[in-house]
Design a protein around this ligand. Structure first.
Ligand code: DAH
Length: 336
């Protein structure tokens, strides 16, 4: 044994260490060099064959070699246990990070599906602002000044005297004030209500408004369109019920119920044990609304409807708490 042997061993070790990429290989390397029967131990045992003058020097060299190899192995052990992003080498055997693909929110999907159906039925799409004037949200739609919907308890008012629209109906008068009949539109969007938050109601939700104005439009046109829409969206077996109702901006007015999918009409918490779910309001546009936008009420008539997306969607997906649609919980959303 001489200096050359020792530096040869050091070189071999450095080369092998470079090729070590996991903890098991490192452990094997350590055993091979620093183990009880390893290369270093072997060299130490051969010291006694040397002449007495060379022994001291060889002993010093070997001690240094042993200390250096131990330090190199310790450093690499620490590197293996460091968090992945702090490691200075690349471990090609590590599994990669999974990429999660995003998807459209179920509410967006539902709105898109419904708009597609209405477009097939000949409707254009129109939009209006979320912060509305009192005139468009209430006045133009024939709400009397003391209507309870105007109460602060029900409506969010902005500092400048605007309102967060409480429904998409103001898009009706907005659109009519810049277009002449005939017109046939659907208007999707968010609406806001100052209500107690519960499983069934939230401070904001989505609606789609529909409006058709032309000469000679009747309730039969409304009925046909709504029935067609419900069958295309829910499937041909859905049951539909028109129930007389009241809205300031339609006369006559109706509400539409569809049979509850969740319980098949037997009764469950979502349909409040009735077997029916109310999905929309509708009616013939009140002449006062047409007058508000200077339409000739002798010549033109129309129908309107407004439907709540969340309720429809909850029914479709079997969700019984509306709040989950607004929580952005990835575990929930990634199912869609
Ligand atoms: N705007 C009503 C609401 O939010 C829904 C509605 C009812 C809209 C009847 C209509 C309609 O266009 O004709 O409750």
């Amino acid at each position: 044994m001489n200096k050359a042997t020792i530096s040869e061993i050091r070189k071999q070790f450095d080369k092998t260490l470079e090729e070590v990429h996991d903890a098991a290989a490192l452990e094997a390397l350590k055993y091979r060099y620093l183990g009880r029967k390893g290369k270093i131990a072997d060299l130490f045992s051969r010291i006694r064959d040397l002449s007495s003058e060379s022994r001291k020097e060889a002993g010093e060299l070997l001690n240094r070699l042993k200390a250096d190899l131990s330090a190199a192995i310790d450093a690499r052990t620490a590197a293996f246990s460091a968090p992945r992003e702090q490691r200075s080498y690349i471990d090609y055997s590590m599994p990669g990070y999974a990429m999660h693909r995003g998807s459209r929110h179920p509410l967006t999907q539902a709105v898109d599906d419904m708009l597609n159906i209405f477009q097939r039925l000949g409707f254009d799409i129109a939009y209006g602002p979320e912060v509305e004037t009192d005139w468009f949200n209430f006045e133009s739609l024939n709400f009397p000044p003391d209507h309870p919907a105007r109460d602060m308890q029900d409506t969010f008012y902005t500092e400048g005297g605007g309102v967060l629209r409480t429904h998409t109906s103001p898009v009706q008068t907005r659109y009519m004030s810049t277009h002449e009949p005939p017109l046939r539109i659907v208007a999707p969007g968010r609406v806001f209500r100052n209500e107690a938050i519960s499983a069934r109601s939230y401070c904001l939700f989505h609606q789609i408004e529909g409006l058709y104005v032309d000469e000679g439009i009747t309730f039969a046109d409304l009925k046909g369109t709504i029935e067609r829409f419900c069958r295309l969206y829910y499937g041909k077996d859905v049951k539909i019920k028109f129930r007389g109702s009241y809205f300031p901006f339609t006369e006559p007015s109706a509400e539409i119920d569809v049979s509850c999918f969740l319980c098949g009409g037997k009764g469950c918490p979502v349909c409040k044990q009735s077997g029916w779910l109310e999905i929309m309001g509708c009616g013939m546009v009140d002449p006062n609304v047409l007058k508000a936008v200077n339409y000739d009420t002798e010549r033109f008539s129309g129908y309107a409807f407004g439907l709540g997306i969340e309720r429809m969607l909850m029914m479709r997906l079997g969700i019984n708490d509306i709040r989950i649609l607004f929580e952005n919980d990835v575990e929930f959303l990634k199912q869609f």
